[in-house]
Ligand binder design. Structure first.
Ligand code: ATP
Length: 260
């Protein structure tokens, strides 16, 4: 579904992303983990077309990213960015409807309205539909943007979803709900790439994990192949403890100092 070949991004003589090569299949969920500044967002920005790679190619369904029109891309991939800067007042439902803009002409159709309502329900913001976005808390705003991008690809089950720290600013309940939502979408056939800082969320929900350090791949594979003491020490520079837990495919990762 997505094939990354020899992908690098350089600014001056600094390599932010360094020779990445991998593929992920349709319907897979890939979690990207790495320390602050490891190049995760830079990679996602190349994937979304916001940044042009210095070297290498990105193919979605065999076609080079550069060969997609903006309209095609808008229907085939949705992106949740890390920081939202929005200074104009919009009602929540208006902002979520923006996700449908690639799908209708002048006016939203009944189907667009149904989808907007559904995604607001899925993300727990239906009760905020008529609130001014500016008056919402950070976590509520995050869920509005999540709704908007879900609306964008709601009826495109072949689409890709790129999420840059989707659980940012959310309380535990909504973190869990967002991860379940992302997992549910990949089970329906969406291809999901998700930057996370929570290793346990990544290993619980993702099919594959990519560990990045200084732009380079440390390891990539199924959570049970990748999440181990050595890889985490190499990626984050810290020692962790791995605690086996019933019902989890991977041991839980806790700071080494914690006594359990
Ligand atoms: N325009 C730029 N000029 C110089 N350095 C940059 C530029 N953009 C990003 N960087 C640097 O590239 C590195 C990778 O940044 P990136 O945002 O991809 O990291 P990240 O892994 O997403 O980090 P975080 O977990 O903190 O969000 C960082 O050291 C950052 O300071």
């Amino acid at each position: 579904m997505i094939t990354i070949t020899g992908l690098s991004f350089r600014i001056g003589n600094k390599l932010l992303v360094d020779d990445l090569n991998f593929s992920i299949a349709k319907g897979e969920m890939l979690a990207i983990l790495g320390a602050n500044g490891a190049g995760k967002s830079t990679f996602l920005k190349m994937l979304s077309g916001e940044l042009k790679p210095s070297v290498g190619t990105i193919r979605i369904r065999g076609k080079l990213l550069d060969d997609y029109s903006l309209q095609e891309l808008a229907r085939q991939r949705a992106i949740l960015v890390q920081q939202h800067t929005l200074s104009i007042s919009f009602l929540v439902h208006e902002l979520v409807m923006m996700g449908r803009y690639p799908h209708f002409g002048n006016q939203p159709l009944e189907n667009d309205k149904v989808i907007v309502r559904q995604v607001m329900e899925d993300t727990g913001i239906l009760h905020l539909a008529n609130r001014d976005y500016q008056t919402l808390s950070g976590g509520e705003q995050q869920r509005v943007h999540l709704s908007r991008i879900l609306a964008q690809i709601y009826d495109c089950p072949e689409a890709c979803l790129f999420l840059d720290e989707p659980t940012n600013g959310l309380d535990l309940l909504y973190q869990q709900q967002v991860m379940e939502l992302a997992r549910g979408l990949s089970d329906k056939g969406y291809t999901v790439i998700c930057i996370l800082h929570d290793i346990n969320f990544a290993s619980t929900f993702a099919d594959q994990i990519l560990l990045l350090k200084q732009g380079r791949m440390v390891a990539m594979g199924r959570p049970e192949e990748v999440i181990n003491f050595e890889n985490l020490k190499e990626t984050f520079g810290v020692s962790v403890r791995l605690v086996p837990m019933d019902g989890y495919k991977c041991p839980l990762v806790v700071p080494a100092a914690v006594k359990i």
